[in-house]
Design a protein around this ligand. Sequence first.
Ligand code: SAM
Length: 346
Amino acid sequence: MKKFIDKLREQHTLTREEFLSLLSCKDTSLYAYAREQAVQVRRQVYGTDIYIRGLIEFTNYCKNNCYYCGIRSGNKKASRYRLDKNQILDCCQAGYALGFRTFVLQGGEDPWFTDEMLTEIIRDMKAHYPDCAVTLSLGERSPESYRRLYDAGADRYLLRHETANKEHYQKLHPPNLSLENRKACLRNLKEIGYQVGAGFMVGSPGQTLECLAEDLLFLREFSPHMVGIGPFLSHQDTPFADKRNGSLELTLFLLALIRLMLPKVLLPATTALGTLHPDGRKLGVLSGCNVVMPNLSPSGVREKYLLYDHKIATGLEAAESVNLLKKQMEEIGYKVVCDRGDYPQP
Ligand code: SAM
């Protein structure tokens, strides 16, 4: 199997059958080999730099009812909140002082925030912090809306494809949502000029190895600038309350494969990974990740943006503990840098 890892490192792609063979192999020495190779590639491209992003979870209202997500519209137990522009700018001010040079505005799909409101927020963020990148993660919107937000100054957009398999997509989402539209949004974002992030959950209910092979082939073809993957973690007030969490080992293996396939990709060690295992972030970096996204939201709302049970928001996860994060990264030979951390230009 190692020959497939070597081939992926050299040629950056594999056939569907080769991906399937790799994914079917549960050999821990193969996992370790893939991670070592991924770390080498990551070091060739990014050295030991770790980019940090300040995550501002500005609304947990959502019109969608995705079966896996704790802030789905059907969860009547969720305590809902919105941040206003000034609260968002306060988060940026705190984050800037801590060394953050990318702010990520993430939220449920909340129509209360119109294009006009969002463009004003983005313009103000860019006016106050012109040396910072603004990343959006607001879900599916119209091409016109994406364009307006881009013209207002947004640099990047995170929109996980969630799964590249159509049938699986319908097992995770209600009928009004489709893989087709998700992919159309991703293509549209790229055409407009955003640095775009796709991604998926590892171990989401109904996911097969074939689905994962399709995810990898989709990422290969779409070639996003960023890839967000993390384990599926169950939430007690969703239809998937009793489903098993995704596996740490498989997530780390997939992170390594993605680094080998897309050497320059910006690859975060996600909050879900840090929630699944206390050393999740570190292990992510030791599998090829080069980005960490600590939480910059006001502490009073952090426990309300609950996508899954036990989501971490304190300690190393909190932006204000960035010094702890720096220390942890130094312990494994990496360095948190004060930088926008853009996708390297050719
Ligand atoms: N509304 C935006 C969207 O749809 O892209 C951004 C917010 S959404 C909550 C961000 C991501 O959280 C989703 O793309 C999904 O992959 C992840 N997520 C939601 N519920 C999860 C769960 N139970 N376990 C792990 N990740 C989850």
